[in-house]
Design a protein around this ligand. Structure first.
Ligand code: MG
Length: 327
């Protein structure tokens, strides 16, 4: 994977303004075009997997090649939270506010209990080990949906190189109560970021096959979610340029805030691009957080950034962060 870092970045605490490019007037209800993009932390190699921890009012994220979890808190700045970190990538919250992790190193999905113990949830599908779970989202019924591309067994800086034991790279649905796991999408070459629409009728999945084939397209797919268990009607939702998209989040109105190589692209539910938050490093993901859920934290290469927005996130993790979701 490429991890270029610009040498013209603002210092930690510094900001970039303007950072917002307006492409459609509808963006005005989502973000102030004059909002500054603030650089909150530096010193990472590849930042990804942001999750807002409401009970601690802190942002946790992964610095995968340094094999550490980072934490940022207003007033305290950034610090190392966990090292080694099992080459953890994506993180999210479940309905109880526990953090769900995708571990490249152990090729599994794990959960940190409220007492701080970390337990495995799933390591295998059928007869083989998973590839290297990358990103994860929890549905309102408690099911854990995650993607399983090969980067943790392909790139030594992201895990432990090893043969693939699955027939491909799939999207999975895990029932954490029964341990039942099902492959729900088998026709995305390298499934990566994923998120539901607000009513969970649609699942969006990024394909980052471009990481191994620079002639590949860079789609985000949309699927219809059937009975909360299956996917149907795979179609291209958007092609991300410059891209590919890695992780993304959906806001309460159904707009998709996706990472891209030049920052965050804001896409309306019809796929039309409303605007961009231009970030001076290759961007991997974002998450709605902060005291009122209206601060967008952005992981990008060496850094963590944030920008104030006018909307909050959809889904279980964002609802838990707002204190709205009672399991
Ligand atoms: Mg990812």
């Amino acid at each position: 994977m490429e991890h270029p870092v610009s040498d013209t970045l603002p210092p930690v605490g510094g900001s970039i303004q303007p950072a917002v490019r307006v492409l459609d007037a509808r963006l005005a209800s989502l973000i102030d075009p004059g909002a500054p993009l603030v650089r909150l932390a530096d010193g990472c190699i590849w930042s990804e997997g942001p999750v807002w921890l409401p009970h601690e009012q802190a942002l946790q994220w992964s610095d995968i090649p340094n094999d550490r979890a980072m934490r940022w808190k207003d007033g305290a700045g950034a610090e190392v939270e966990r090292h080694p970190n099992d080459f953890t990538n994506g993180n999210t919250l479940d309905r109880e506010g526990r953090v769900i992790h995708c571990e490249h190193g152990n090729r599994r999905v794990a959960r940190t209990e409220l007492d701080g113990t970390r337990i495995p949830l799933v390591e295998r599908h059928g007869d083989g080990r998973l590839n290297s779970p990358n990103d994860v989202v929890v549905a309102h019924d408690g099911a854990i949906w995650f993607t399983d591309p090969p980067y943790g067994i392909l790139f030594p800086e992201e895990g432990h190189p090893a043969p693939m034991e699955q027939a491909g790279c799939f999207v999975y649905r895990l029932d954490p109560e029964t341990g039942e796991i099902a492959a729900v999408a088998e026709n995305v070459r390298h499934p990566n970021g994923l998120a539901f629409s607000p009513d969970e009728s649609i699942l969006y999945v990024a394909d980052t096959y471009w990481a191994v084939d620079k002639t590949a397209d860079r789609p985000i797919y949309a699927f219809d979610v059937v009975d909360g268990h299956r996917l149907a009607n795979q179609r291209v939702f958007a092609q991300i340029d410059p891209g590919p998209a890695d992780g993304f989040r959906v806001d309460i109105h159904g707009n998709l805030w996706t990472s891209a190589h030049d920052g965050i692209h804001v896409l309306a539910p019809d796929g039309h691009e409303l605007g961009r938050i231009l970030v001076p490093e290759i961007t991997s993901n974002c998450v709605f957080g902060g005291p009122d859920g209206r601060r967008l934290f952005i992981t990008a290469s060496s850094s963590l950034y944030a920008i104030e927005v006018l909307v909050t996130g959809a889904g279980v993790a964002a609802a838990v962060a707002r204190g709205e979701f009672i399991a």
